[in-house]
Design a protein around this ligand. Structure first.
Ligand SMILES: [Zn+2]
Ligand SMILES: [Zn+2]
Length: 327
């Protein structure tokens, strides 16, 4: 299966034969780097139902591209640091989906909820923790992630399917700094402060180099999203997107003044009408969202519509999916 994903790398364990093929493809693409464009956008994906039997998808890599029809908003672009000019650096960001309704990698369990680990340089930030602590720890172990290695945990909003796994991390000896919304209950915050440092987020708060939270966006319920400020544009990671996924993406674009190159996470559209989904798709086009990876509470029909609309720029995401993004 071919998938044009620009500068985004989809990582899975691959058989030796396919790994060799991938290397050959990388070599070919490297030699023709500047000629590559975002084509082949009409290859839709089939329906994906939550099941436990999944065949890993081979690694696919392509060269960085820019969609010429998409331009950033007016205003000053966020400054880039000189180190980013070094093209010998490996892909910068890794997003590892650890907990999701949809399956991807064999061996990981699925459940209603969401958690994704973002790795950048030495930093490990867990965005949401799923509903079940034992399931989260099982999936983390399967992915080779030690709860004690987490630097930060960001809780998107106060629903159980996003905060339920946190206690298991603390019970495992993890002591991450927890970033939550000011609107979380006083008792919840006080309980956490007995064990870990708790930070009530502010708008556009920097969590690490090139990684931000939107801060609290009005709901109901209120929610925060994670922003990765890559050289190719913004990666927006949503928990449930209760304020509306269009609202969240608009917020990100307006505040960071860059193209939303990838929106990944729960879009919370599972119960919405086809007309509403059509409106969301149109708004995404208007906002210049280049790639989408709806999962968790997005809904099967939503995923199908986005897959049809975005073609090769639709990324199939579920528990165990690893996405690498060049800085
Ligand atoms: Zn929710
Ligand atoms: Zn949710």
């Amino acid at each position: 299966m071919k998938q044009q994903v620009g500068f985004i790398y989809l990582r899975d364990p691959v058989p030796q034969k396919e790994a060799c093929f991938s290397f050959f493809m990388i070599l070919c693409l490297f030699l023709t780097a500047s000629c590559t464009s975002l084509s082949g956008q009409n290859k839709g994906y089939g329906k994906t139902e939550p099941t436990t039997s999944v065949t890993p998808i081979p690694t696919e890599t392509v060269q960085p591209t820019k969609n010429p029809s998409l331009t950033p908003m007016e205003g000053e672009m966020r400054a880039k640091t000189p180190v980013e000019q070094n093209t010998n650096q490996p892909p910068g960001f890794k997003i590892k989906v650890l907990y999701d309704n949809y399956p991807h990698r064999k061996g990981l369990k699925t459940d209603w909820g969401f958690a994704a680990l973002v790795e950048y340089k030495e930093e490990k930030i867990l965005f949401d923790t799923g509903a079940s602590g034992s399931l989260l720890l099982t999936n983390m172990k399967e992915m080779g992630i030690d709860p004690q290695d987490l630097d930060k945990v960001v809780l998107s909003h106060a629903h159980g399917d996003h905060i339920g796994g946190l206690q298991a991390i603390l019970n495992s000896g993890g002591r991450p700094v927890v970033y939550l919304l000011p609107s979380f209950s006083t008792s919840y915050k006080a309980g956490l402060r007995k064990t870990v440092k708790v930070v009530e987020v502010k708008p556009e708060q920097k969590l690490f180099e090139r990684i931000y939270t939107t801060g609290e966006i009005h709901g109901p319920p209120p929610e925060q999203a994670l922003i990765l400020d890559t050289t190719h544009g913004l990666v927006v990671i949503t928990g449930c997107a209760h304020p509306g996924v269009v609202t969240v993406v608009s917020w990100a674009k307006n505040h960071f003044r860059e193209i939303p190159t990838l929106v990944l996470g729960g879009f919370h559209l599972f119960d919405r009408s086809e007309a509403h989904l059509r409106w969301v798709l149109d708004e995404f086009q208007r906002l210049g969202v280049e790639r989408v990876a709806p999962c968790h509470c997005s809904g099967v029909r939503t995923r199908e519509m986005f897959a049809r609309e975005y073609g090769g720029r639709y990324l199939e995401v579920g528990a165990g999916r690893v996405i690498e993004i060049e800085r």
